[in-house]
Write a protein that binds this ligand. Structure first.
Ligand SMILES: [Zn+2]
Ligand SMILES: [Zn+2]
Length: 88
């Protein structure tokens, strides 16, 4: 049976955490020779871009920004491993 309460809350979260196009003015260019994270750029997974922004949350959608690529990678790997388990 489907959990409708969870579906609605997920939809609601998507609704409030949506790209409004504000991030475009904070968009960061790809730095030369060093990684984006090393140059202080932060990644928003909702807006799907790197930006020059001092805060911890995206000025556009409000999503917390990624500053540590290693932990994000670990999480992605963990997620992929879980998905593989479900498929098998
Ligand atoms: Zn945005
Ligand atoms: Zn954003």
């Amino acid at each position: 049976m489907k959990n409708q309460t969870l579906d609605i809350s997920q939809l609601f979260q998507k609704f409030i955490m949506a790209c409004r196009g504000i991030c475009d003015s904070y968009k960061a260019k790809k730095p030369f020779m060093i990684s984006r994270y090393a140059s202080g750029q932060k990644r928003c997974s909702i807006c799907e871009l790197f930006m020059n922004w001092d805060g911890t949350n995206c000025p556009c959608c409000g999503m917390s920004l990624r500053v540590n690529p290693k932990s994000a990678e670990c999480r992605q790997r963990l997620f992929a491993a879980r998905q593989n388990k479900q498929l098998q």
